[in-house]
Design a protein around this ligand. Sequence first.
Ligand code: C2E
Ligand code: MG
Ligand code: MG
Length: 695
Amino acid sequence: MSRCEAQDDPLLVMLRRLPIACILTRVADSHVLATNPAFTQLFGWDEDQIISRHSTELPIWTSPEQPSEILDRFNRAGRIQQFEAQLQCSNGKIKPCLVYVEDIDFNGEACRLSIAHDMSKRTNAELALKQSEAKFSALFSDSPEPYVLFAKSSAKITDVNRRFTEVFGYRPQDVIGKTAKDFNFWRHPEKRPAIINKLLRERCLRNEPVDFVARDGCVLNCEVSSNFVLIGEDRCILSCFKDVTEQKNIEARIKHQAYHDSLTDLPNRLLLQDRLQQHLALSERHGLSCALLFFDLDHFKRVNDSLGHSCGDAVLQEISRRLLARVRKADTVARLGGDEFVILLTGLSGNTAQIAETARLQAAELLEAVSVPMCIHGHGMQLTCSIGIALSSEHSHTPEDLLKHADTALYGVKASGRNSIAFFEPQMQVVVSQRLQLETDLRQALLNGEFELHYQAQLDARTQSIIGAEALLRWQHPEQGLVGPATFMHVLEESGMILEAGHWVVREACSFIARLMLQGLITAPFSLSINISPRQFRQANFVESVAAAIEEFRVPRQCLKLEITESIMIHNISDTVEKMNELRDMGISFAIDDFGTGYSSLSYLKRLPVDLLKIDQSFINDCTRDSNDAEIVRAIIAMARSLNLELIAEGVETAEQLAFLQQQDCHAYQGYYFSRAVSEAVFCKLLEQMSVSAN
Ligand code: C2E
Ligand code: MG
Ligand code: MG
């Protein structure tokens, strides 16, 4: 059959009109008899490139095996229905097709009709679906966050991912087919309806904080995000349960650290201020009052200095435990730093007197609690404290007022001898501001050179000759005139200005000796005593600074005597001894000032390389009237003898006192009886007179 022959054949006409790509092949020789426009349209091949060619040589095949594979299939079943094949287009593209092959009779000749159905559109859609399914399942199952899929209609779980199992401990088989309620997933089930309503209303949830209970019973803080999704035909809710427990814990820890003292775990200043604010507002509304107790350990610095900081820390921890044990739960014990604590008593009712009494009783209890002896790192000790109290109802209305006023009251206690309680009174503020003013003025005095040294002669009663002098600090105040150390020494000490002032004293004393020598006023052995405060002595470069001053003014070393007090012994004794030895090696001697008023511990005294004891003036004062004092003076003198120490009595005012001392064989003295501390010019005159009278 030729192409022309069959041109009008009704079957061929129908084939041409068919909107599906067709090829008609003769079975006998496998040559193509006819094709149709739909074929050309689908694949781009012209009829000429197809017709009369052997069916295995058609350009539509994408591999040489493809036609035989199709033929095999055909031979097995006698027909081909819906065979998926990739076929080649003239433009090089590949088209996915569904192929149908069937034998037909064409004008008595066995022919084979092949039909190709274009699948590309359908395939694209399927591919996209498959890809999105793959993506979803990868996202769902491999997500680093726990995911759960719920059926929207029943709220039953239809799937959970691996991470869900890891975090909550439930395996898929434990929860699939169940609602969250069935396995008590919610920590607070009563919150569930509101959250579900929110999801329905807003169509999604974003980082909703919800707590869940894991399989092992642990509570996990989560942030839930939910969306509606369509999986196949099913409407579902996809929820992510982000576990933020750790994050929340860290946040809580950071917050705790910001508001608590790390040593005692008590609230710090920040939290105290917060609580004060709240309680003051509350008290005002309910007609109640608060009391603020400002608490400070007495001489805590000594503990730190002598026993070390770790011991000091342990003391503070013990104190914080004691304070906590003695207040009501509702009250706040805070640590402001160092040895400063604050106790806030709230909800106090009654008139001012009653409130004050409650606060006083509480403070007295704390005072007692602190004074119970304690043993820290093997060191037994008994501490005391001072407490300043301010009441909210009285003069203090803001947190700042209360804190400031209680602090002022505490200052009052400290100034009047410690180990007790004081309530804030407005006039206290005057004292505090005066003290601040004094500090400012002293700074200025140091800058302006308003300090000077006065000198009090020290004598040998046997010869009535001047054997030395004590240098005593004076402040030439621009308005008040000459001011003695009793007014300002404690401020110099507490503010640390004593270091600068003390350094000046050492240099000034050395230059004084140099001037005396230049004027030929000291020929016989003469020693100038200077007072050294413990703080100054503890300074790291103290030895060097004294050595430098001696060097600078070329002072004979035996002319300098350093007066220290027994309190120096409670600080690092080995360091003290070491420094004293260094100075003594340089030829400088040491005197213990105010002897008898401090610790007077024989064992300490034996360890200290001192040369001289100064009997405190308080004993001299009454030694002729009070037999006790006389006895003490005798004892001190005996002690000095046994330790082979020199002696000098200070504060000798009368001839009787001097006579008593001489009877005890103590001949060196200093006091108003001979002379007060006088200016350099006056002292020089004294020296001159003495040398004249001696000659
Ligand atoms: P202190 O070292 O015990 O000095 C003796 C004090 O007693 C001096 O008081 C002196 O004027 C006074 N005094 C002397 N004889 C008599 C007397 O017969 N009767 C009475 N009632 N008092 C007498 P001042 O000068 O007021 O010094 C007081 C304290 O200030 C000194 O006591 C000393 O501890 C300290 N001080 C003075 N100058 C300095 C200094 O340069 N550095 C340091 N760190 N402290 C100093
Ligand atoms: Mg002295
Ligand atoms: Mg003294």
